[in-house]
Design a protein around this ligand. Structure first.
Ligand code: DAT
Ligand code: MG
Length: 151
């Protein structure tokens, strides 16, 4: 059982629509561990590097404009199989194809405004958190405290 890290980012529409709590809640309830969190306004350069694999796509300039249009909530999540599991919780890229019960299936209709980003493989998870960490977030190590410790 491999413990992985994934980079989850609530996109500007998700922050503006007040969906941050809802999204955090879904990952918490599933059983994953939040290890880094910061509200951040991305520079164009950082977003271009984050989405560099899509540079040739016609929608790339609009994607960059959109992600830099307002604050995003950057998060690092940790757990067994978290990368693939988070992708399942998020749902398909195109919200109309995303199953009900997924974040995009329940909360989005527009492809660009699909509410949330999740790393697509464990290597990218580490990379994206690493890339983010000098600019946006510091990850921390913690273990859930048992209730007995509060008494
Ligand atoms: P995902 O976010 O599911 O990993 P992706 O990495 O292929 O999807 O694309 C990144 C984002 O780019 C995606 O969340 C929304 C936008 N995007 C993808 N395909 C698009 C399209 N055909 N038209 C407009 N935006 C698109
Ligand atoms: Mg992707």
């Amino acid at each position: 059982e491999q413990v992985d890290q994934t980079y989850i980012m609530v996109k500007p529409d998700g922050v503006q629509r007040g969906l941050v709590g809802e999204i955090i809640s879904r990952f918490e309830k599933k059983g994953f561990k939040l290890t880094g969190l910061k509200l951040f306004e991305c520079s164009k350069e950082l977003v271009e590097e984050h989405y560099k694999d899509l540079k040739q796509k016609l929608f790339f300039p609009k994607l960059i404009d959109y992600i830099t249009s307002g604050p995003v909530m950057c998060m690092a999540w940790e757990g067994v199989g978290v990368v693939a599991s988070a992708r399942k919780l998020i749902g398909a890229t195109y919200p109309l194809q995303a199953e009900p019960g997924t974040i995009r299936g329940d909360l989005a209709v527009q492809t660009r405004r699909n509410v949330v980003h999740g790393s697509d493989n464990p290597e990218n998870g580490k990379h994206e958190i690493g890339k983010a960490s000098y600019a946006i977030l510091r990850t921390c190590q913690w273990n859930p405290t048992s209730w007995a410790d509060y008494i």
